[in-house]
Design a protein around this ligand. Structure first.
Ligand code: GDP
Ligand code: MG
Length: 163
């Protein structure tokens, strides 16, 4: 079986955009699961000859706050259970949110390698928003733009080093 990399994070941080950029034109969805807390799609990915399965988690539905937070927690726990490495995506425009801290806590507890990617950093060099993400306690935050592609290569180099 191929190594598994899971992409986790709050809704709208850009997980699906990121996954689409990585798997690109030759996307093959290997498998899909649907359900509020199980919603995920599995894609074949390749980076410099390293093949792996990339999981896009998503579909967390807005309910009351408790249900919402519980579904974020479930997503993170389930993703870490099956993954060999995790890309934790956060939104560089909104900054670190309370739900990011909650996910960070779960990821740290899992013991799995986690690479912290700060998405929506569309202008390289203007990275003042990056530093507050050190507060998540997951090491260096990697600035990326899933829309433009900036930084995604360096991030993937880091990720495949863990699988
Ligand atoms: P998901 O819910 O985490 O899967 O997020 P989506 O991939 O659906 O993206 C949510 C929104 O953020 C969409 O409007 C995307 O176009 C936008 N988005 C994603 N990545 C970027 C990025 O790198 N820069 C900017 N400016 N917007 C982005
Ligand atoms: Mg999505």
């Amino acid at each position: 079986a191929l190594p598994i990399v899971a992409v986790v994070g709050r809704p709208n941080v850009g997980k699906s955009t990121f996954v689409n950029r990585i798997v690109g034109g030759q996307d093959a969805i290997v498998h899909e699961m649907r359900g509020v807390t199980r919603d995920r799609s599995y894609h074949e990915a390749d980076w410099n000859g390293v093949h792996f399965t990339l999981i896009d988690t998503g579909g967390i539905e807005m309910g009351n706050d408790d249900a919402f937070q519980e579904s974020i927690r479930n997503q993170a726990v389930m993703a870490t259970q099956e993954a060999d490495a995790v890309v934790f995506l956060v939104d560089g425009r909104t900054g670190a949110a309370p739900d990011d801290l909650e996910v960070a806590r779960i990821l740290k507890r899992s013991g799995k390698p986690v690479v912290l990617a700060v998405n929506k950093m569309d202008a390289p060099g203007k990275e003042d928003g990056l530093w507050e993400f050190y507060s998540l306690g997951l090491g260096d935050p990697w600035p990326i733009s899933s829309i433009h592609g900036h930084g995604t290569g360096d991030l993937l180099d880091e990720v495949v080093g863990y699988i």
